[in-house]
Write a protein that binds this ligand. Sequence first.
Ligand code: ACO
Ligand SMILES: O=CC(=O)O
Ligand code: MG
Length: 721
Amino acid sequence: MTQYVDRAELKIADELARFIEDQALAGTGVDVDAFWAGFSEMIHSLGPKNRSLLDHREELQSKLDDWHAHHRAEGFSAEAYKSFLTEIGYLLPEGPDFEIETPPTDPEIAQVCGPQLVVPITNARYALNAANARWGSLYDALYGTDALGDLPSGAGYDPERGARVVARAKQFLDTAAPLAGGSWADVTALRVENGVFFVENAVGETGLADPAQFAGFNTDRQGALAQVLLRNNGLHVCVVLDPDTEVGQSDPADIADLLIESAISSIMDFEDSVACVDAQDKVQAYSNWLGLMKGDLREEVRKGDKQFTRKLEDDLHFTGSGGEPVTLKGRALMLVRNVGHLMTTPAILCHDEQEAPEGLMDAMITTLCAMHDLAKTAGPRNSETKSIYVVKPKMHGPEEVAFACQIFDQVEAVLGLPANTVKLGIMDEERRTSVNLKECIRAASHRVAFINTGFLDRTGDEIHSAMQAGPMLRKGDMKSQPWIAAYEDRNVDIGLACGLAGRAQIGKGMWAMPDRMADMLEAKIGHPLAGANCAWVPSPTAATLHATHYHRVDVPKRQREIAAMNRPARLDDLLTIPLAGGKNYSDAEITAEIENNAQGILGYVVRWVDAGVGCSKVPDIHDVGLMEDRATCRISSQAIANWLEHGVVNETQVMEALRKMAEVVDRQNAGDPDYRPMAPGYDGFAFQAACDLCFLGTVQPSGYTEPVLHQRRAQLKEEQA
Ligand SMILES: CC(=O)SCCNC(=O)CCNC(=O)[C@H](O)C(C)(C)COP(=O)(O)OP(=O)(O)OC[C@H]1O[C@@H](n2cnc3c(N)ncnc32)[C@H](O)[C@@H]1OP(=O)(O)O
Ligand SMILES: O=CC(=O)O
Ligand SMILES: [Mg+2]
């Protein structure tokens, strides 16, 4: 039972009030009473608007449902559809051209192109790792994954595999920092003399083809060259020399590793990768964020027989070619993803005892925590421009973006921050945002710092918003449809037209197969080539490997080329609904599809509901481990709900698939002593949640999964209390 304390017409869960007063407010200079008064005023003034925006979503959805239900039989007319969307205010008129006016942002947002790592904020061990993922070992990333085509076989070091890793890494150097003569593969010695970098290899003495790529060096205590810093496309590579390691010893030039700039920014996620349903969970999440912003977050890590304390890395120091000190950031720029506008929270009750919107709570408290970074007078800072970067997900159209800006206007006023301190990341992941993207950006033109194609949620919304249009294609077929290509291209085109290049991020989505690094290396170069200056990765290792793409592609140049192409707008493609149409899937294909979706849902939901884990790696029916979060769960559940709605499958078939796959998921988790099997009872909260997601999928708001997940997890917590 939550204990509440009264604060300025709000009831605040006791542990949240204590966190805010004792930890978050302390040291910010914000007066406690003024804070509560301002917070209360914000919740009571913006809460009703929040609710009316959600009502508007529902109104539009029911109009879409009706229209599709009435026009299904007569065949689809794109023109009639577009007129209807315009008539109901779903598709809005575009205003004149404009450019964003966001105040200057940090280089990691505006200039440096590279991977963006996402991490659940509730896991301090991972969150610290994500902050520290600015630098990663390319040798380790190549050795420890399937990036070379196969996986390491044993526990010990395999010199044959090591040689292949070194060869690949040196190929990378030949692209990122080519030599004037010969290849890095034949390098026998490196030296720095009077600030000039020399290389010896098969052709004799040489140097970098472009000497300006030499950015600094370090020597060891004996004065021997220990690190050489190179720069390419704004990214750094540190060549590590160490004859005392096994790898360095076997290298003619003592090269032991390449440390490369990896996660340029990291998103600390309060949204789809976490399971936070009450004040207790939220305080844990806010505490981690506060620790990152204060810089004092620590986590005891045990690995095998080793134990150590993980904390934020310091900056890196080198000597420049003229003898000047060179300092590079040791940490990724941290952004924070708040929840969207949908959910309410039992952590705060309004004067009418109703739950407050969770998005308002996140906006105020994550900004408050980040003030500790702005206030630092010594030590490494997150933002040099005194900015706070908030990613706002799942907004539907410009009105909701304008509302997000209004929220942060009020937050800044309450906390005494200069206007537009909070920079906004707009996730382009709902259909009404994609179709009105230019106006969404305009609505945040003074604070937008990124737009990003969250194609996973976007796929879920594609299914839900056209639920009544007919049965959709299989999940895997969605990726090759006209709507998604148009969505990705338009996001870049509109971002460039609105002046984001050199000022803000134009990002691309998550790589959702965390163990398939060879495939990622093949596929994800497509992101910088498409003009994105950042793209999401699920792990630090993926960040290191994806970083190599930004050495191969000069993104600003690519953006100029794309802008010059003047590509046509392709709104018609964007509005092409991915219906199965004449495709007649066989019974086997239908069964495989629902079993695959059921397995993903159950594998994810059982850990969410029973263990409070918001992001998991779950094998699909082909045994490929997939990153599952609320967005991927939204796709799978909406896909099943859609096929149920149109009679492609019936309830009995879906229930059979759920029961069968529950047994599979139980077996997959058999090694976990805390795991509670779903079979043979099929009566636990997790299994019920999976059933609700499928059988009640059509009536979930926008097809989101969080209402069901929250309800079932809260029930379980209550039962366990
Ligand atoms: C649609 C969307 O919204 S996408 C955004 C939401 N999704 C995410 O945020 C995905 C984040 N990724 C993750 O949570 C995880 O990588 C998972 C759940 C996919 C896989 O986790 P695991 O199975 O534990 O990964 P695995 O065993 O391969 O690796 C664990 C190691 O990698 C690190 N690691 C894995 N993912 C991350 C991450 N995102 N950030 C930082 N470190 C990470 C861990 O710290 C750990 O290293 P450590 O032992 O030194 O602490
Ligand atoms: O948030 C990201 C997505 O793809 O959804
Ligand atoms: Mg999303």
